[in-house]
Design a protein around this ligand. Structure first.
Ligand code: GCO
Length: 259
């Protein structure tokens, strides 16, 4: 039931980081990969080489997930070039660490449209086609910031909290069409996005390691199991759920720093 052979998976923001790791997991389960990126063709080509070196059947498409016209054209191209999309992973996202009162409106709007609105835009282009074919899977990559706030990530947390509720509403409207919509909420992971706050000795690094029951940062590969589960027949009766892959951080208020 975890076999994805014969399925086509589109993962947005998959040229690096958590998106790339989840795509690798889906590929290892048999899915044919369609990788999206928007930074540069060079970055997409580099990612494609890595996927192909790993033996995955992967294709790369550069489009801006916040631009509805680009998304519509890209989805039509993908489904014409490759095949219908069975699994959509809305992973593309950015973060800006700025206290709310210092955050310019345009920066707020960039974070919200990239981390939240993009899932609406890409799903609107993909899901009607899934409905015509009798079903599909949508996985929205939320965050533990869908549940908790923290200084300086207000726009990100608002977007990721909204993505949690969008996931539940998508599930509500589309489950009757055999489309299961769920989310994955990563805790703190060792990626480029967190490099600056993860260096040994950085107060935040020590805080997170102490605050996480597993006592470590997540490795991107730690997300692959949840991604395969939500992309596969194993989750055919799972709707509107967010699976937190967080080392237990959301399960606890933590412990005193000095025991
Ligand atoms: C931060 C981190 C977090 C993580 C992740 C947690 O600045 O607090 O970047 O936002 O990236 O989203 O789930």
């Amino acid at each position: 039931m975890f076999n994805l052979s014969g399925k086509v998976a589109l993962v947005t923001g998959a040229t690096h980081g958590l998106g790339m790791a989840m795509a690798r997991g889906l590929g290892a389960a048999g899915a044919r990969l369609v990788i999206n990126g928007n930074s540069s063709q060079e970055k997409i080509d580099k990612a494609m080489a890595a996927f192909q070196d790993a033996g995955f059947d992967a294709s790369g498409y550069r489009f801006d997930v916040t631009n509805e016209n680009e998304v519509k054209a890209a989805i039509a191209e993908i489904e014409s070039d490759i095949a219908p999309i069975d699994i959509l992973v809305n992973n593309a996202g950015i973060i800006r660490r700025v206290p709310l009162l210092e955050m310019p409106l345009d920066e707020w709007e960039l974070v919200v449209k990239t981390d939240l609105t993009s899932a609406f835009i890409v799903s609107k282009a993909v899901v009607p086609r899934m409905m015509q074919r009798g079903g599909g899977k949508v996985i929205n990559i939320c965050s533990m910031m869908s549940e908790l706030g923290r200084d300086s990530v207000g726009a990100y947390a608002a977007a990721k909290g909204g993505l949690k509720m969008l996931t539940r509403n998508m599930a509500t409207e589309w489950a009757r069409h055999n489309i299961q919509v769920n989310g994955i909420g990563p805790g703190y992971f060792a990626t480029e996005q967190t490099r600056s706050i993860r260096v040994d000795g950085h107060p935040f690094n020590d805080f997170i390691v102490g605050r996480t029951p597993a006592g470590r940062w997540g490795n991107p590969e730690d997300l692959q199991g949840a991604a395969v589960f939500l992309a596969s027949a194993a989750s055919d009766f799972v709707n509107g759920q967010i699976i937190y892959v967080d080392g237990g951080i959301l399960a606890t208020i933590g412990k005193p720093s000095k025991e």
